[in-house]
Design a protein around this ligand. Structure first.
Ligand code: HEM
Length: 161
């Protein structure tokens, strides 16, 4: 009789610990890491969404154009240019390039920059200002992805060393 009671307690304790152990195993991984579906959705989201959509693009383009149009090293190209219209055009282009679904009906990079005779130094300063603004408003991964998309435009925008 004594032995049976002892066995009953041992079995009851064993069952209790097993249940506790299982429930911890079942909940811990979910609370630490995103599910497979969640991580898949995160990696497949467009660059446009990941960088913060139109608000981020607008602020970055605005800050960049304000800086390059007032910096003596780059300002000459922007002398007679309507900046609000230019900002809108660049925003649409970047929105489209990053998967935001905007229409860009402006000129090609070759046509819109050929008369300005932009140098390598001017292009590099523009990109540096753009990079700094991106650093303030989006994450490193998204910043680098966008800069990688813009980099090949150099050959159409720059017309002399
Ligand atoms: C990757 C870098 C650049 C991108 C993505 C870019 C993009 C653009 C876009 C989309 C337009 C508007 C075209 C249109 O509406 O038809 C434009 C025009 C213009 N860009 Fe750039 N640009 C870049 C670099 C530069 C640089 C380095 C300068 C000068 C330092 C510059 C000066 C201008 C000017 C002055 C215009 C107006 C041209 C006009 O209306 O006659 N851009 N750019």
């Amino acid at each position: 009789m004594k032995l049976t009671t002892y066995k009953f307690f041992v079995m009851a304790l064993f069952t209790l610990f097993s249940l506790l152990g299982c429930s911890q195993l079942a909940t811990k991984p979910n609370s630490d890491k995103p599910s497979l579906e969640q991580s898949k959705a995160n990696t497949e989201d467009s660059l446009f969404n990941r960088m913060g959509g139109l608000p981020t693009i607008k602020i970055v383009v605005s800050e960049t154009i304000d800086e390059v149009s007032s910096n003596p090293k780059t300002s000459r190209s922007f002398k007679d240019i309507k900046l609000p219209k230019l900002k809108e055009s660049v925003v649409s282009q970047i929105c489209k390039l990053t998967g935001g679904g905007c229409e860009y009906d402006g000129e090609t990079m070759l046509n819109s920059h050929k008369d300005a005779k932009i140098s390598t130094a001017e292009f590099e300063l523009f990109v540096a200002v753009f990079r700094e603004s991106l650093s303030r408003h989006t994450n490193t991964r998204e910043k680098n992805e966008l800069l990688k998309i813009l980099a090949p435009m150099k050959r159409d925008i720059v017309s002399y060393q």
